[in-house]
Write a protein that binds this ligand. Structure first.
Ligand code: 13P
Length: 263
């Protein structure tokens, strides 16, 4: 079920945690312990840590993409509190995380907002990590697949096949995220991952078959490898469990041991 080891993507969203100095240290310490040939890592810190993260990435030569947690779709203007894609690329940021459940839920981001953001990020040369996932209520009403399909289709509408290599999709069921969340099971994830792959292939052809699909939501060292055995899941998007170097390393070790992947 593995395509090849370099296709594994594994990283963390630091959410609203860590100062710039803490993130710089986090990455330097990670670089001392993480295997280099296991896959591609990514770290998504708060805006204020991005410059320190980019510096630590460059100094350590760790294969890690640095991502921003959000961005605005306009290049500049009267948008107090917002950050543009061009500001991120000027800092050396690699990726924009778009559509995280906390931004959709707490900050009222819509599918149409995300369509504009995806287009602006790709136009600026940023990779996009697009998050999609159904709420507990949608799951209870058996419309999870419809929700995920709608989120994906609207966010990616208008994106051309030659942009597919810059896309990665994270399936994060809202009910699985954070301290109150319950991790999904492989049986929960498999039909959704297959549906996501189907939509990506129908939009992008062969390029859609190569877009990484990550699982996120209460991933920890006891379950990381299990998720990676689900067909079409080629990476992990981790929160709390990966916020320290030993925690991050434990996830990598679990992924390696339980999935059958070799570094
Ligand atoms: P947790 O792993 O803490 O549930 O968070 C997942 C997440 O939101 C990653 O973006």
């Amino acid at each position: 079920m593995w395509i090849n080891s370099s296709s594994l993507l594994l990283g963390t969203n630091l959410k609203m945690n860590q100062t710039a100095a803490e993130t710089g240290r986090f990455i330097i310490e990670l670089a001392e312990v993480l295997p280099r040939s296991f896959g591609q890592y990514f770290i998504i810190p708060p805006f204020t840590s991005l410059a320190a993260a980019v510096r630590a990435r460059d100094e350590s030569e760790l294969p890690v993409w640095i991502g921003a947690q959000n961005m605005h779709w306009e290049p500049s203007g009267a948008f107090t509190g917002e950050i543009s894609a061009a500001m991120l690329t000027a800092l050396g940021v690699d990726l924009a995380l778009l559509g995280h459940a906390e931004r959709r839920g707490l900050f009222h981001e819509t599918d149409e907002d995300l369509q504009r953001k995806v287009q602006a990020a790709l136009a600026a040369g940023l990779r996009v990590l697009l998050c999609i996932g159904e709420t507990a209520g949608e799951r209870a009403n058996a419309v999870g697949l419809e929700t995920v399909g709608r989120q994906l289709k609207i966010a990616l509408n208008g994106i051309a096949a030659d942009q597919a290599p810059m896309l990665q999709v994270a399936y994060e069921p809202v009910w699985s995220i954070g301290a109150g969340g319950t991790p999904a099971t492989p049986d929960d994830i498999a039909p959704v991952a297959t549906a996501i792959r189907g939509l990506l292939v129908s939009q992008f052809g062969d390029g859609g078959g190569a877009i990484p699909i990550l699982y996120g939501g209460s991933v920890d060292p006891t379950n990381a490898g299990i998720f990676l055995q689900v067909p079409e899941i080629t990476g992990l998007f981790v929160g709390r469990a990966a916020w320290t170097p030993p925690g991050f390393l434990a996830i990598v070790d679990s992924a390696r041991d339980m999935s059958g992947r070799q570094s």
